[in-house]
Design a protein around this ligand. Sequence first.
Ligand SMILES: *Cc1c(COP(=O)(O)O)cnc(C)c1O
Length: 374
Amino acid sequence: MPVQNSAKMTVKFVNAVRNYHMIQKEIDAAYRDVMESGEYIARRHLSSFEENLAKFVGTKYAVGLNSGYDALHMSLRAAGVGRGDEVIVPAHTFVATCSAVVNAGAEPVLVDVGKDFNIDISKIEEAITPRTKAIIPVHLSGYMADMPAVMKIAEKHKLAVVEDACQSLGSSINGRGAGSWGLTGCWSFYPFKILGGYGDGGAITTNDPEVADFARRMRYNGEDRHTGEYHGHGFTCLLDNLQAAFLDVKLRHLPAWIKFRKALAQRYRDALSDLPDLLLPHYDRAGFDHIYQNYTLRSKQGSDFSDYLKANGIEVLTQFRKPYYRHEALKLKDRGFPETEALSREVCSLPMNVEITDEEVAYVIKTVRAFYKK
Ligand SMILES: *Cc1c(COP(=O)(O)O)cnc(C)c1O
């Protein structure tokens, strides 16, 4: 039932080109600066970005890596996770959280999530065994997992905590930033992320100097660049100097961009909260900030709802209709995750970006309401 509507428009989920045009002068200047200097690997643009990222997150160190996946993988290795160990991960997350555990040689143990899409604190302890070595809380969509509770459980059971903060740069609980609670915080600069580069990129943040050193060496084939000594069989997974220069520019805009996202989320809330079949992502929990990397709502009408938006030109994400543990080739144990199953049928992320126009937002709202004929 497409809207019979002459003013049909297209609304992108993220409009990367429009975003580039918003900051084109600064990005082009950064490009020229790198190109004219011939500095491509681990030079001043990278260290500048690392310094600014650490400051932004509230940690002593940041180490630029190739991707969010590499950040997770490196963190698990830094925590000494390997064969025979178990690591707790949420059943609802991007698959990379889990794959990092498997590729580190350990076994992922999945735990269901709660209404806020983050790991269900009340179900963590029943998943802990004598082999459990670490836990990866994921801060999904811009809203942090309950870190005070996670840290308490981790302390009690002597588990390392690796924060998958890939979707929550700039979020916090009681003023303490995502990515500054655990042994490391893991970041992704994939183009769709709140701080997106023009290609892949990632980083870890940490307060532990040994972890920072470990990551700096392992990203560079295990080599200590000052002494030339190899400290282990490493990888090649540095954040490119050029990407770092771009990200440094965008990081300066991030505080204003987060404000814009919060205002947009509020606009969706004001316009849609009377629709009883929609569950909107507002939790109003004291001290918990939400920076709206994604505006993921739940619709009782599931794919009928998301297909209707798509048919009317609105790009939405439905991550994930098929939970990752149900992909057979991954050989994961489905211990029964009712909340993940339920939300998987219902999730729909509306366009949420800083490039969107007023008219586009109005069109998204109008189309959602048209589906419910209100
Ligand atoms: C994007 C993302 C990752 C992986 O990041 P890449 O840079 O694509 O490797 C991991 N976890 C979560 C929750 C993510 O959203």
